[in-house]
Design a protein around this ligand. Structure first.
Ligand code: SF4
Length: 65
């Protein structure tokens, strides 16, 4: 899995950080920071959930091994 975030779209809601704090962090202004663009398998489910719940649709996933 490859994770791509669009900081232009991100509205700083922080849902991704709550769900997957090993993959996402936030800057002081709330905008997302991608910590791990290739998260390990055990995190894929929560990363998918983060992409789904992101209110700005700012998280794109490329699914592959
Ligand atoms: S959930 Fe989406 S809008 Fe909220 S901080 Fe994460 S990427 Fe940004």
């Amino acid at each position: 899995m490859r994770v791509i975030v669009d900081v232009e779209k991100c509205c700083g809601a922080g849902q991704c950080v709550l769900l997957a704090p090993k993959v996402f962090d936030q800057r002081d202004d709330g905008i997302v920071i991608l910590l791990d663009a290739s998260p390990p398998k055990e995190l894929h489910a929560v990363v998918r959930e983060a992409a789904t719940v992101c209110p700005a649709a700012a998280i794109q996933l490329e699914e592959r091994e």
